[in-house]
Design a protein around this ligand. Structure first.
Ligand code: ADP
Ligand code: ZN
Ligand code: ZN
Length: 684
C-alpha cells in the first residue's frame, strides 16, 4: 500500500471566538494517525460519535476517538467539524476491539474503525431505512430433541465453566449434533438475558441455520449480517444488534465487529474454515478476533468443527499450550440410524477410467440410480477444462495478465481467468499456428456433467458450483431443487460440501483430489483433509447408510488412511509433529510482507531494502527469510514478491512489526508499487 500522501489540514479562518475544544477523529485513510478538528460544542459524551469533517476538498465521516487537551497543530491550523452525528454512539468495547486489531494487524486505526462499520454509517447521505415490522403473533418455538449423552457432557462442561472467558473446542463429525449444542447454549443465554454472536464462514450456510434458530427462538429477534444484504438491511440489523433489541446475531466474518451491549456468548462454527480470514484491506482472522473479543468481554467462546484448525487443536490438546482451550468431543452421529459413511479408496493405478471416472464409481452411481437415491461427484474445479492447448505448436491458453491458465467454459464458450476475471471467446483455431485441432486438457465440473449426461441419459444431473450459483438466491434455489429430489446425480465443488443435509444422498465420489497432496503450501493437506471429511459427511445422513469412494493414484497416503478411519486426531498428530520439526505455526508466529509492482525486480528490491533494515540486529528473535516471488508470481499485470517473518514469541513479533512497519513506510519506492503486511498469513 502506498503511504506517502501525508498532508496537513491548514485553515486560517478557524473561529477563535469559540472555546478551543479539540476533537481527535479517526478517518478512513491509510495513515497511522488521527486528525484534530475544532468542535466548540463537543463534550466527553461525544467520544464514540461520528462526525462529518472537511478533509482535503471533501467532506468525510469519521469517529471521535478522544477530546485531547492539546494538538500538535496551532488552533489556527485546525478546521472546525461540520457536524456531530448524534447516533449511534460507538461503545468502549468496540473501541477496544478496533484498537486491538489496529495494533495486532498493523492497520491504521481509522481504517479499522470505518471499514468495520456498515456502509450506511460511513456515508454522508445514509440509505433510508425502512422500519424492522415485527410479526403480530410469534410462531410456537420448535421443541428441542432429547440430548445424546455426549451432548449432555459437552453442555454440562460448558455450563460448569461459568459465564467468564473460556474457549471451548467442540470437536464432532458432521451430524454429531454440534448445532444442537449451540442451540442449547443460546437458550441458556436468552434465559439469562444475554446476547449471543454466532459466526459462520459463508453466507451459503446461513439460510439453514437461520431457519433452525428462528424456529427455536422466535422471540429472540435474530438478525443476520453478511455481505449479500442490502445496505439498508445491513444497517437495520446492525442497529438492532447494537441497541440490544436483537438477542441473537448470526453473521459472517465482518459481524465479529458488531457492538452488542449484553454479549454473553460467542460461537464460531466451522472454525477451521479459511473464509474467516479477510484477504484484503485489514487481513484479519475473524476467529482470532472473536477469541480476543471473548477475552476482552469476559464471556465464553465455543469453536466448533469436525476438522479443527491445527492452531485450535494444539490449543486444546498439545501439552506445551497448557490446554488453553477445553476440548469437548462428540464422536457419534446424533441420530442413531445414521452411521458414519464407509470410505474406500479406488486405486487408479489398477482401475481404468472413462473421462476420469473409474468403473467402480460408475457402477456405484448406477446402483443409486436404480434405488432412487442421490449420488454426488465431488471435483473441486469448476469450468470445463483447466486449459486449452494446441498439440501442433504447444500453445496453451494462458492469461496475459496472470501467471495462470485460462479455464475453458463450454457453457458459454469462453476462456476465463479464475484469478483476475479476464475472459475471451474460445478461439476456433490455434492463435499461434492456425491449427484447427485444439484440445481441452484435464477436466472440471462441466466436463464431468457432460459425460455423466451421456453415460446416464435418463438421470437428472445437476451441477453445483460458483458458475451456476452466483448469488445466495440462486444457491438457495439449487439447494431447494436437490431437497425436492429433483436431481439424481450432483456434480459439485466444495460449495456443495458444506453444511447441508441431503437425506437421499448416499454416495459421494471424490475425483481429482490428489493434486492437493503434494502442493507447495504447507496448509494444503489440512485443507484437503477438512474438505474430504466435509464432503464425506454429506453421505448417508438420514436412515440410509452412506458410501464414499475416493479415486487416487496414492491409496497408501496417510491422509487418505486417516479419512478412511475417520481419524482426525491421527491426522492432526502427524501434521503437528511435522510443524514442530519445521518450527512452523502453531509452534512459531509468522507475518508476511508482500509487495507488488509492474516489474518483479522493483517488488523484490523493495522487500530486500526492508530486509536490510539496519536496526534488525536489535531483534535477535526475529527471522527474516529471503525476498522471493510469490507462487503465483503475476496477478492482473502486477508482479508479486513476498518476505516471510518468523518468531517463536508472539509479543516479540508484535513489538518488532510495529517498529519495522514505520521503517518500511519510509522506504522510497516506485510510484506504482504497493505493499502490505499480513499477520498470521494462511497462504504462502
Ligand atoms: P452438526 O452441527 O454436528 O452437523 P446437527 O446439530 O446439525 O449436527 O445434528 C445433525 C442432525 O441430528 C440434525 O438433523 C439434528 O436435528 C439431529 N439431532 C441433533 N441432536 C439430536 C438429538 N439429541 N436427538 C435427535 N436428533 C438430533
Ligand atoms: Zn498451435
Ligand atoms: Zn488473469
Amino acid at each position: 500500500m502506498q503511504r506517502n500522501c501525508l498532508f496537513i489540514v491548514i485553515s486560517d479562518n478557524a473561529d477563535l471566538t469559540h472555546s478551543l475544544t479539540i476533537v481527535r477523529v479517526a478517518l478512513d485513510v491509510p495513515l497511522h494517525r488521527c486528525f484534530d478538528y475544532l468542535a466548540p460544542e463537543a463534550t466527553p459524551a461525544d467520544v464514540g460519535r461520528r462526525v462529518r469533517v472537511p478533509f482535503g476538498r471533501r467532506s468525510v465521516i469519521g469517529v471521535i476517538v478522544e477530546l485531547p487537551e492539546h494538538s500538535d497543530f496551532l488552533p489556527a491550523q485546525l478546521k472546525p467539524v461540520e457536524e456531530i452525528l448524534p447516533e449511534p454512539v460507538l461503545p468502549a468495547a468496540w473501541f477496544r476491539l478496533a484498537r486491538f486489531c489496529a495494533s495486532y494487524y498493523q492497520a491504521p486505526l481509522g481504517e479499522v474503525m470505518l471499514s468495520t462499520l456498515p456502509a450506511g454509517l460511513r456515508r454522508i447521505a445514509p440509505p433510508k431505512a425502512r422500519q424492522p415490522k415485527p410479526p403480530k403473533t410469534l410462531p410456537q418455538p420448535s421443541p428441542s430433541p432429547e440430548l445424546t449423552q455426549e451432548q449432555v457432557v459437552a453442555l454440562e462442561t460448558i455450563r460448569a465453566g461459568g459465564t467468564g472467558f473460556q474457549p471451548y473446542l467442540l470437536f464432532g463429525v458432521t451430524g454429531s449434533g454440534k448445532t444442537e449444542v449451540y442451540l442449547q447454549l443460546l437458550a441458556d443465554v436468552l434465559q439469562a438475558g444475554g446476547q449471543a454472536l454466532l459466526l459462520v464462514p459463508e453466507i451459503n450456510l446461513t439460510p439453514q441455520l437461520e431457519g433452525r434458530i428462528a424456529a427455536r427462538f422466535p422471540a429472540a429477534g435474530m438478525v443476520s449480517l453478511h455481505s449479500e444484504l442490502t445496505e439498508a438491511a445491513r444497517l437495520r440489523n446492525w442497529k438492532a444488534a447494537a441497541s440490544g433489541s436483537a438477542r441473537i446475531v448470526l453473521g459472517t466474518r465482518l459481524a465479529v465487529f458488531t457492538p452488542m451491549p449484553d454479549l454473553a456468548l460467542i460461537i464460531v462454527d466451522e472454525e477451521h474454515d479459511p473464509s474467516f480470514k479477510q484477504q484484503d484491506g485489514m487481513r484479519y482472522s475473524a476467529r482470532d478476533v472473536a477469541v480476543f473479543r471473548a477475552h476482552d468481554g469476559k464471556v465464553p467462546i465455543v469453536l466448533g468443527s469436525a476438522t479443527p484448525s491445527l492452531e485450535s487443536w494444539a490449543n486444546a490438546t498439545a501439552p506445551e499450550m497448557r490446554n488453553r482451550y477445553k476440548l469437548l468431543t462428540l464422536k457419534a452421529r446424533a441420530v442413531d440410524q445414521s452411521r458414519l459413511p464407509a470410505v474406500q479408496r479406488i486405486d487408479l493405478r489398477r482401475e481404468k477410467t472413462e473421462e476420469g471416472l473409474s468403473g467402480i464409481l460408475l457402477e456405484a452411481i448406477e446402483k443409486r440410480l436404480a434405488r432412487g437415491e442421490q449420488s454426488l461427484v465431488f471435483l473441486n474445479r469448476r469450468g470445463y477444462a483447466p486449459v486449452l492447448a494446441c498439440t501442433a505448436c504447444g500453445w496453451i491458453s494462458n492469461c496475459k495478465r496472470c501467471a495462470a491458465n485460462l479455464v475453458l467454459h463450454m457453457a458459454d464458450k469462453r476462456l476465463r481467468c479464475h484469478h483476475c476475471g479476464f475472459e475471451q471467446r474460445v478461439p476456433r483455431t490455434c492463435p499461434t499456428c492456425g491449427n484447427q485441432d485444439i484440445h481441452p486438457f484435464g477436466r472440471g465440473t462441466q466436463r464431468l456433467e457432460e459425460y455423466l449426461a451421456e453415460k446416464f441419459p435418463k438421470a437428472r444431473i445437476l451441477r453445483a458450483d460458483r458458475d451456476v450459483a452466483k448469488s445466495r438466491k440462486q444457491w438457495e434455489a439449487l439447494v431447494e431443487k436437490i431437497h425436492a429430489g429433483e436431481a439424481d446425480i450432483l456434480v459439485g465443488t466444495q460449495m456443495l460440501a458444506k453444511g447441508h443435509d441431503f437425506p437421499k444422498l448416499t454416495l459421494v465420489g471424490v475425483v481429482g483430489a490428489d493434486a492437493a497432496l503434494f502442493a507447495a503450501d504447507c496448509r494444503a493437506p489440512e485443507r484437503l483433509f477438512a474438505q474430504l471429511m466435509q464432503v464425506a459427511g454429506r453421505a448417508g445422513r438420514a436412515a440410509l447408510p452412506g458410501e464414499v469412494l475416493i479415486q487416487t493414484q496414492y491409496p497408501d497416503h496417510p491422509l487418505y488412511a486417516a479419512i478412511v478411519a475417520h481419524d482426525y486426531a491421527a491426522f492432526a498428530a502427524t501434521q503437528l509433529a511435522e510443524r514442530k520439526m519445521a518450527g512452523f505455526p502453531p509452534y512459531s508466529y509468522q507475518a508476511m510482507l508482500r509487495a507488488e509492482a509492474p516489474q518483479m525486480a522493483d517488488a523484490i528490491a523493495f522487500l530486500a531494502t526492508a530486509r536490510a533494515w539496519p536496526e534488525i540486529e536489535h531483534y535477535p528473535a526475529i527471522t527474516l527469510y529471503d525476498a522471493v516471488p510469490m507462487r503465483m508470481a503475476r496477478l492482473a499485470n502486477l508482479e508479486r514478491g513476498q518476505l516471510l517473518i518468523e518468531c517463536a514469541s508472539r509479543p516479540a513479533l508484535q513489538a518488532f512489526l510495529s517498529v519495522w512497519r514505520e521503517a518500511i513506510e519510509g522506504i522510497k519506492a516506485p510510484s506504482r508499487l504497493r505493499w502490505h503486511l499480513e499477520v498470521d498469513p494462511l497462504e504462502f
